[in-house]
Design a binder for this molecule. Structure first.
Ligand SMILES: *Cc1c(COP(=O)(O)O)cnc(C)c1O
Length: 366
């Protein structure tokens, strides 16, 4: 049996290259609390991403929870997408806010602005869309709705590292954007994340919120969490950043190869990624419909038999989970996509002959 191919494999630098960073930390004797490497990573990320203010976190989920707090959202409804990873919805509920799930646009897999507008009530305080698979949301329509109804707009941009849209970083849209540096993401620090915001004042507040609400030795102004990223994680980030362009290029090549190979197979469609002017190729979702001879679940099993571990990403949608069932609404597009989508393996060290093995399998099914 061939070696298993998983949906992703984390990008890692050479271990020897990491040792000098560790030596630096041992010499500094600063392990956390926004030390020198943490500060350096914030500054290098601002430059690389093209954003003004970034605050690093220990993971994307705590960053999402904190972003809502930084915008003073303490009660009311937050409109969001059911077609996402659970952390999006969890961050809303952890803040004692009520998630209102609305349907997606099937062409982009992102929240449908028209559906957002329909769902606004007197209690709505914010919108939390997701740039699913790194594909930009309709940021102009969403900003217009937020302005008209005086709502905060917080993007779960966990998938959107490095994406550029309409002449700037996709992370510059909305009141805040949250990215994740989890092992499975395009850019990883083992675990990690960040909030991107648009003023020094807000960054200062976010930095306080991620450090217990501490102002000085005797003054604590918020009841908040510990969300800080350690120096070891920041060091890995600095090293990863050196090879990020190579990583993104390798992903681009795989994306192009898959598209070429899958073209013309009836019932197999690749999601369109043409919206962004600079893409990160974070995932490779295919959509399986008739007349393809197998259902999504059957194809998933066939691949698994060959030691290929694709992922049903995102399935189930939030409102089909027992814990979010009470928020059920009509969302045919999200349900339909969730039933048909399969993310194929996608990571920079995936070889094109491995991709070919996968696409040949898909092609040869009768
Ligand atoms: C990965 C992910 C998160 C959570 O990020 P962590 O860093 O793992 O906490 C949130 N939202 C989406 C859409 C994600 O894919």
């Amino acid at each position: 049996m061939r070696n298993p191919i998983y949906v992703t494999q984390p990008s890692l630098p050479e271990l020897e290259e990491f040792i000098p960073f560790l030596e630096q930390i041992w010499k500094n004797k600063v392990l956390t609390n926004c030390g020198p490497l943490h500060q350096q990573l914030e500054s290098e990320l601002c430059d690389y991403l093209g954003v003004d203010y970034i605050s690093l976190f220990n993971n994307g989920t705590i960053a999402l929870v904190t972003a809502l707090q930084a915008l003073n959202l303490t009660e009311g409804e937050v409109i969001t997408t059911p077609y996402t990873f659970v952390a999006t919805a969890h961050s809303i509920v952890w803040n004692k806010l009520t998630p209102v799930f609305v349907d997606i646009d099937p062409n982009t897999s992102n929240i449908d602005p028209a559906k957002v507008e329909e769902a606004i009530t007197g209690k709505t305080v914010a919108i939390m869309p997701v740039h699913c698979y790194g594909i930009p949301c309709d940021v102009n329509a969403l900003q217009k709705i937020a302005n008209q109804h005086n709502l905060k707009l917080i993007y779960d941009a966990a998938h959107a590292f490095g994406v550029k849209h309409q002449g700037q970083s996709l992370l510059n849209y909305g009141d805040a954007s949250v990215i994740s540096f989890h092992a499975t993401k395009v850019f990883n620090t083992f675990e990690g994340g960040a909030i991107i915001c648009h003023s020094a004042e807000m960054k200062q507040r976010i930095d306080r919120l991620k450090n217990f609400g501490i102002v000085d030795e005797t003054t604590i102004e918020d009841i908040s969490l510990n969300g800080k990223l350690s120096e070891v994680h920041a060091a890995l980030g600095l090293l990863q950043l050196k090879s990020i362009d190579k990583t993104l290029l390798a992903r681009k090549n795989i994306d192009e190869y898959y598209r070429e190979q899958l073209e013309g197979i009836e019932g197999i469609a690749c999601i369109q990624r043409t919206l962004a002017e600079k893409d990160n190729y974070a995932y490779f979702p295919i959509i399986i419909t008739e007349p393809y001879p197998l259902s999504r679940d059957e194809l998933f099993c066939e691949l698994k038999k060959q030691n290929i571990f694709a992922r049903k990403y995102f399935y189930p949608i939030m409102t089909d989970l027992e814990i979010y069932k009470s928020y059920q609404r009509d969302m045919p597009n999200a349900k339909n996509l969730s039933k048909r989508v399969l993310c194929l393996p996608m990571y920079p060290t995936l070889a094109l002959n491995e991709c070919k093995f996968i696409t040949d399998l898909i092609k040869d099914i009768k």
